[in-house]
Write a protein that binds this ligand. Structure first.
Ligand code: CA
Length: 240
């Protein structure tokens, strides 16, 4: 269950947000001014912060900037009042991830919340360690081992693996591999993708001819099947 911290000084707004998010199954924490909000954010490490801009004693921008300065990467959704035209830029400069202009609909709020939480889950997954049978891949450090034996993967192979690991269970097209791994400047063919998948399988799969992790999706591309990854936990249909 995701924990959401609401930092908002106006009681009716705070209550409405709390009711709306609680009804969706989120666990809600609240704070009524800037310093209290900063304290709660640091102490309780919520999964997401809804942050009002106009707050007593420490405004939303300053709070946001302070959290980022302290190295906290928690997603922050800024709530700004209508007419404050520079809010968006100032907020994003301060390190906010997204913003909503009051008044906003419940549907819009919930959609933004879901999108931000999903983005975090993806990032966590892509920086995580992949365990494929007896092979361990550290995507952040770009190292791979089978047991204690170091496996030599190229930078492109790591990049392909990272793309696959961002959306386990979902097919990745050859074109997306080319865009993400080779970039627009290069002109490899889709055959290049297949060749790199073949070498990746040779290094990682127990039986490269009958792959169990890097699966061919006919007519589309490839997908990564993680052990013990049930279909219900796929990012796009993830529940809070
Ligand atoms: Ca306010």
């Amino acid at each position: 269950m995701s924990r959401i911290l609401i930092i908002e000084d106006e009681l009716p707004m705070r209550t409405a947000l709390t009711d709306c998010l609680t009804a969706e199954g989120y666990r809600v924490l609240t704070a009524a001014d800037g310093p209290a909000g900063l304290d709660r954010a640091l102490a309780e490490k919520p999964d997401l912060i809804l942050l009002d801009v106009m707050l007593p004693r420490l405004d939303g921008y300053a709070l946001c900037a302070e959290l980022r300065r302290l190295g906290h990467s928690v997603p922050i959704l800024l709530l700004t009042a209508k007419g404050q035209v520079d809010d968006r830029v100032t907020g994003l400069d301060a390190g906010a991830d997204d913003y909503l202009v009051k008044p906003f609909s419940t549907d819009e709020l919930l959609a933004r919340v879901r999108a931000l939480l999903r983005r975090v889950r993806r990032t966590e997954r892509s920086t995580a360690t992949l365990r494929l049978g007896d092979v361990t891949v550290d995507l952040a450090r770009q190292t791979a081992h089978r047991g204690r034996q170091l496996l030599h993967l190229t930078a492109k192979e790591f990049a392909m693996l990272r793309l696959l690991a961002d959306s386990p269970g979902e097919p990745i097209t050859r074109e997306r591999f080319l865009d993400a791994v080779w970039g627009y400047a290069a002109f490899p063919t889709t055959r290049t993708v297949d060749n790199h998948i073949a070498t990746l399988r040779a290094k990682l799969e127990p039986d490269p001819d009958q792959p169990c992790w890097i699966i061919t999706v006919h007519g589309i591309g490839y997908r990564l099947d993680l052990p013990g990854e049930p279909a219900e936990s796929l990012p796009d249909i993830a529940k809070p």
